[in-house]
Design a protein around this ligand. Structure first.
Ligand code: 5GP
Length: 186
Protein backbone atom coordinates (compact mmCIF):
# COMPACT_ATOMS: atom_id res chain seq x y z
CA UNK A 1 0.00 0.00 0.00
CA UNK A 2 1.03 3.60 -0.47
CA UNK A 3 0.80 5.61 2.74
CA UNK A 4 0.72 9.37 2.30
CA UNK A 5 1.92 11.48 5.18
CA UNK A 6 -0.75 14.05 5.81
CA UNK A 7 1.25 16.81 7.50
CA UNK A 8 1.71 20.19 5.84
CA UNK A 9 4.88 20.52 3.83
CA UNK A 10 5.43 16.78 3.71
CA UNK A 11 7.53 16.01 0.68
CA UNK A 12 7.88 12.26 0.89
CA UNK A 13 5.59 9.42 0.00
CA UNK A 14 6.80 6.14 1.35
CA UNK A 15 5.78 2.95 -0.33
CA UNK A 16 5.00 0.60 2.53
CA UNK A 17 3.97 -3.03 2.42
CA UNK A 18 2.72 -4.95 5.45
CA UNK A 19 5.41 -7.17 6.91
CA UNK A 20 3.78 -8.14 10.22
CA UNK A 21 0.04 -7.67 10.75
CA UNK A 22 -1.67 -6.26 13.81
CA UNK A 23 -3.02 -9.72 14.65
CA UNK A 24 0.42 -11.36 14.36
CA UNK A 25 1.83 -8.70 16.69
CA UNK A 26 -0.98 -9.16 19.25
CA UNK A 27 -0.58 -12.95 19.26
CA UNK A 28 3.18 -12.75 19.72
CA UNK A 29 2.92 -10.08 22.44
CA UNK A 30 0.60 -12.39 24.34
CA UNK A 31 3.08 -15.27 24.09
CA UNK A 32 5.93 -13.05 25.25
CA UNK A 33 3.77 -11.78 28.12
CA UNK A 34 3.13 -15.34 29.30
CA UNK A 35 6.83 -16.24 29.23
CA UNK A 36 7.71 -13.06 31.12
CA UNK A 37 4.95 -13.65 33.68
CA UNK A 38 6.41 -17.10 34.39
CA UNK A 39 9.88 -15.61 34.75
CA UNK A 40 9.01 -12.68 37.01
CA UNK A 41 5.98 -13.74 39.05
CA UNK A 42 6.49 -12.52 42.63
CA UNK A 43 9.78 -10.75 41.86
CA UNK A 44 10.65 -7.07 42.20
CA UNK A 45 10.44 -6.08 38.52
CA UNK A 46 11.19 -2.79 36.79
CA UNK A 47 10.05 -2.72 33.15
CA UNK A 48 12.08 -0.17 31.18
CA UNK A 49 10.67 1.32 28.00
CA UNK A 50 13.37 2.39 25.55
CA UNK A 51 12.07 5.57 23.93
CA UNK A 52 10.90 6.46 21.57
CA UNK A 53 10.41 3.42 19.35
CA UNK A 54 9.22 0.86 21.89
CA UNK A 55 6.39 2.86 23.50
CA UNK A 56 3.62 0.96 21.69
CA UNK A 57 5.15 -2.49 22.15
CA UNK A 58 5.89 -1.62 25.77
CA UNK A 59 2.33 -0.56 26.58
CA UNK A 60 0.90 -3.74 25.04
CA UNK A 61 3.54 -6.03 26.54
CA UNK A 62 3.32 -4.82 30.13
CA UNK A 63 -0.46 -5.32 30.02
CA UNK A 64 0.13 -8.95 29.19
CA UNK A 65 2.61 -9.47 32.05
CA UNK A 66 0.59 -10.67 35.01
CA UNK A 67 2.70 -9.60 37.97
CA UNK A 68 3.43 -6.37 39.88
CA UNK A 69 5.93 -4.19 38.08
CA UNK A 70 7.06 -0.59 38.08
CA UNK A 71 7.47 1.44 34.89
CA UNK A 72 10.55 3.39 33.88
CA UNK A 73 11.47 5.20 30.67
CA UNK A 74 14.90 5.58 29.15
CA UNK A 75 15.43 7.72 26.07
CA UNK A 76 18.20 6.93 23.60
CA UNK A 77 18.89 8.06 20.09
CA UNK A 78 21.20 6.50 17.52
CA UNK A 79 19.59 7.07 14.12
CA UNK A 80 19.29 10.86 14.28
CA UNK A 81 16.49 10.81 11.66
CA UNK A 82 18.35 8.62 9.16
CA UNK A 83 17.76 5.01 8.09
CA UNK A 84 21.21 3.69 9.09
CA UNK A 85 22.47 3.69 12.66
CA UNK A 86 25.01 6.43 13.34
CA UNK A 87 26.82 4.07 15.73
CA UNK A 88 26.84 6.84 18.31
CA UNK A 89 24.28 6.32 21.08
CA UNK A 90 23.06 9.31 23.05
CA UNK A 91 20.92 9.29 26.22
CA UNK A 92 18.03 11.72 25.83
CA UNK A 93 16.11 10.84 29.03
CA UNK A 94 17.34 9.02 32.13
CA UNK A 95 15.51 6.72 34.58
CA UNK A 96 13.62 8.46 37.37
CA UNK A 97 14.68 6.01 40.12
CA UNK A 98 17.59 3.67 40.95
CA UNK A 99 17.32 0.03 39.86
CA UNK A 100 19.87 -1.36 42.31
CA UNK A 101 18.89 -4.86 43.52
CA UNK A 102 15.86 -4.97 41.23
CA UNK A 103 15.12 -7.27 38.30
CA UNK A 104 15.27 -5.14 35.18
CA UNK A 105 13.41 -5.89 31.95
CA UNK A 106 14.70 -3.85 29.00
CA UNK A 107 12.01 -3.51 26.35
CA UNK A 108 13.23 -2.47 22.88
CA UNK A 109 11.51 -2.06 19.54
CA UNK A 110 14.27 -3.43 17.32
CA UNK A 111 17.85 -4.68 17.47
CA UNK A 112 19.66 -3.81 14.25
CA UNK A 113 23.45 -3.37 14.59
CA UNK A 114 23.08 -4.14 18.30
CA UNK A 115 25.04 -1.04 19.29
CA UNK A 116 22.13 0.50 21.20
CA UNK A 117 21.34 -2.68 23.12
CA UNK A 118 25.03 -3.20 23.88
CA UNK A 119 25.25 0.38 25.20
CA UNK A 120 22.07 -0.06 27.27
CA UNK A 121 23.26 -3.31 28.85
CA UNK A 122 26.59 -1.76 29.86
CA UNK A 123 24.87 1.37 31.14
CA UNK A 124 22.33 -0.61 33.20
CA UNK A 125 24.95 -3.02 34.55
CA UNK A 126 26.70 -0.08 36.23
CA UNK A 127 23.54 0.56 38.26
CA UNK A 128 23.87 -2.87 39.95
CA UNK A 129 20.46 -4.45 39.25
CA UNK A 130 19.75 -7.99 40.50
CA UNK A 131 19.34 -9.13 36.88
CA UNK A 132 18.92 -7.75 33.37
CA UNK A 133 16.54 -9.42 30.91
CA UNK A 134 16.16 -8.07 27.39
CA UNK A 135 13.11 -8.26 25.15
CA UNK A 136 13.00 -6.85 21.64
CA UNK A 137 9.98 -6.95 19.35
CA UNK A 138 12.17 -7.20 16.24
CA UNK A 139 15.66 -8.49 15.52
CA UNK A 140 17.66 -8.17 12.28
CA UNK A 141 20.33 -10.90 12.65
CA UNK A 142 22.02 -10.02 9.33
CA UNK A 143 22.71 -6.45 10.51
CA UNK A 144 24.26 -7.35 13.88
CA UNK A 145 27.71 -5.80 14.43
CA UNK A 146 28.37 -6.41 18.11
CA UNK A 147 27.65 -8.90 20.88
CA UNK A 148 24.27 -8.54 22.59
CA UNK A 149 22.35 -10.64 25.09
CA UNK A 150 18.86 -11.11 23.66
CA UNK A 151 16.59 -13.12 25.94
CA UNK A 152 13.22 -12.67 24.25
CA UNK A 153 12.55 -11.78 20.61
CA UNK A 154 9.21 -11.15 18.95
CA UNK A 155 10.17 -11.62 15.30
CA UNK A 156 13.37 -12.02 13.30
CA UNK A 157 13.30 -9.95 10.11
CA UNK A 158 15.65 -9.36 7.17
CA UNK A 159 18.02 -6.41 6.83
CA UNK A 160 15.33 -3.98 5.69
CA UNK A 161 13.98 -0.68 7.02
CA UNK A 162 10.63 -0.97 8.78
CA UNK A 163 8.13 1.51 10.22
CA UNK A 164 4.94 1.40 12.27
CA UNK A 165 3.84 0.15 15.70
CA UNK A 166 6.13 2.76 17.30
CA UNK A 167 8.93 2.66 14.72
CA UNK A 168 9.47 5.84 12.76
CA UNK A 169 10.90 7.44 9.68
CA UNK A 170 11.86 11.01 10.56
CA UNK A 171 9.51 10.77 13.55
CA UNK A 172 6.47 9.90 11.39
CA UNK A 173 4.66 6.61 10.78
CA UNK A 174 4.86 5.55 14.44
CA UNK A 175 1.05 5.35 14.62
CA UNK A 176 0.64 2.62 12.02
CA UNK A 177 -0.91 -0.35 13.86
CA UNK A 178 1.22 -2.87 11.93
CA UNK A 179 4.89 -3.26 10.96
CA UNK A 180 5.47 -2.10 7.42
CA UNK A 181 8.44 -2.63 5.16
CA UNK A 182 9.54 0.50 3.32
CA UNK A 183 10.11 -0.21 -0.38
CA UNK A 184 11.48 3.08 -1.64
CA UNK A 185 14.18 4.27 0.79
CA UNK A 186 17.51 2.79 1.86
P1 5GP B 1 20.94 -0.49 16.57
O1 5GP B 1 21.74 0.28 17.58
O2 5GP B 1 20.66 -1.91 16.97
O3 5GP B 1 21.58 -0.40 15.19
O4 5GP B 1 19.58 0.24 16.38
C1 5GP B 1 18.63 0.35 17.36
C2 5GP B 1 17.70 1.49 17.10
O5 5GP B 1 17.72 1.93 15.74
C3 5GP B 1 16.30 1.03 17.35
O6 5GP B 1 15.93 1.22 18.69
C4 5GP B 1 15.48 1.87 16.39
O7 5GP B 1 15.14 3.08 16.99
C5 5GP B 1 16.42 2.14 15.24
N1 5GP B 1 16.19 1.20 14.11
C6 5GP B 1 16.93 0.14 13.74
N2 5GP B 1 16.42 -0.48 12.65
C7 5GP B 1 15.30 0.24 12.33
C8 5GP B 1 14.31 0.08 11.31
O8 5GP B 1 14.31 -0.81 10.45
N3 5GP B 1 13.31 1.01 11.33
C9 5GP B 1 13.24 2.01 12.23
N4 5GP B 1 12.21 2.83 12.13
N5 5GP B 1 14.15 2.18 13.20
C10 5GP B 1 15.16 1.29 13.26
Amino acid sequence: MMYKRASKGASMDLKISTLITEKQIQDRVEELGKALTDKFKGKDLVAICILKGSFMFYSDLIRSIDTDLSCEFLGVSSYHGKTKSSGEVKTTLDLSAPVEDKHVLLIEDIVDTGLTMNYLQKNLQQRKPKSITTCSLLFKPAALKTEVKLDHIGFEIGDQFVVGYGLDYQNFYRNLPYIGQVENIN
